[in-house]
Design a protein around this ligand. Structure first.
Ligand SMILES: N[C@@H](CCC[C@H](N)C(=O)O)C(=O)O
Length: 260
């Protein structure tokens, strides 16, 4: 089976994007999804996205982690918007539908895409750390210097905590404050990848909200990741966050065909 794809990256979170508007891709074939995402046997990526037509939005995006599990992907969603706009079936603003429902988007310039995230209500703490679901679940751990954390081993330990097993584990973000300036350094262990990625959009969003709860950020946070910078903006009313937007670069890398 030959499958055409485009490779995308959003702040170094990299994806295989397949235009499946004719609905030919066997989406229940987890072995195939794992194979395509494998760097040794396939293309290699932090996830696979299927783009489909939608009756309720400009398009639908279905996201798979490299282990075949599904969740919301913030960086992947921004890349999907870039593809839809480039391909002419989405304008400079509109909506798309994905795992957790309908999202608004804005194409701010050629490679700069913003998406609206779902509202967050009543964030909780786990073992003294904020635990926030921004479409994917995220634990946020404050550290003095994120660059010095053993993200693989520390992240894996928290990801497998018994309390998170019923929801399939959690993603884990390590964050340090940069000179109390509303800027933060973040490194993320992603479930489904089972490793550190260079950036995670839903994670960065959760960090922005957590830093506001910690009184380290107002209604905007600038986040540095290993793969580049992202901005999170929102409105807060007590324990309710609304109008949450994630903004940053989304880049087409190359196109190809895989014999899978
Ligand atoms: N990299 C993504 C998050 C992808 C989903 C995550 N691994 C999960 O399973 O919860 C992002 O940019 O948000």
């Amino acid at each position: 089976m030959k499958i055409n794809f485009e490779k995308y990256q959003g702040t170094g979170n990299d994806f295989v994007l397949i235009d499946d508007r004719n609905e030919e891709f066997p989406e229940n074939d987890i072995k195939l999804i794992k194979h395509i995402c494998s760097a040794k046997f396939g293309v290699g990526s932090d996830g696979l996205m299927l783009i489909r037509n939608s009756a309720d939005a400009d398009f639908e995006m279905i996201f798979f982690n490299p282990d075949g599990s599904k969740s919301l992907c913030g960086n992947g969603s921004r890349c999907a918007v870039h593809y839809a706009h480039k391909s002419g079936f989405a304008s400079t603003s509109g909506t798309f539908i994905t795992t957790d429902g309908v999202h608004k988007f804005k194409v701010l310039s050629h490679d700069l895409i913003a998406i609206e995230m779902r509202d967050v209500h009543n964030p909780e703490k786990h073992s003294g750390h904020w635990f926030i679901d921004t479409g994917s679940p995220h634990l946020i751990i404050r550290v003095p210097n994120a660059d010095k954390v053993d993200v693989l081993n520390e992240g894996r330990k928290w990801r497998n905590e018994a309390v998170f097993i019923p929801i399939g584990g959690t993603n884990v973000n390590f964050v340090s404050v940069i000179l109390d300036s509303g800027s933060f350094r973040v490194r993320t262990y992603e479930r489904g990848v089972e490793n550190e990625t260079l950036s995670c959009g839903t994670g960065v969003t959760a960090v922005g909200l957590a830093m506001n709860l910690e009184e380290k950020a107002e209604n905007r946070a600038e986040i540095e990741t290993k793969g580049g910078n992202l901005t999170v903006q929102f409105q807060r009313d007590g324990a309710h966050f609304r109008n949450i937007w994630l903004e940053g670069p989304a880049k087409f890398v190359f196109s190809g065909q895989i014999d899978a």
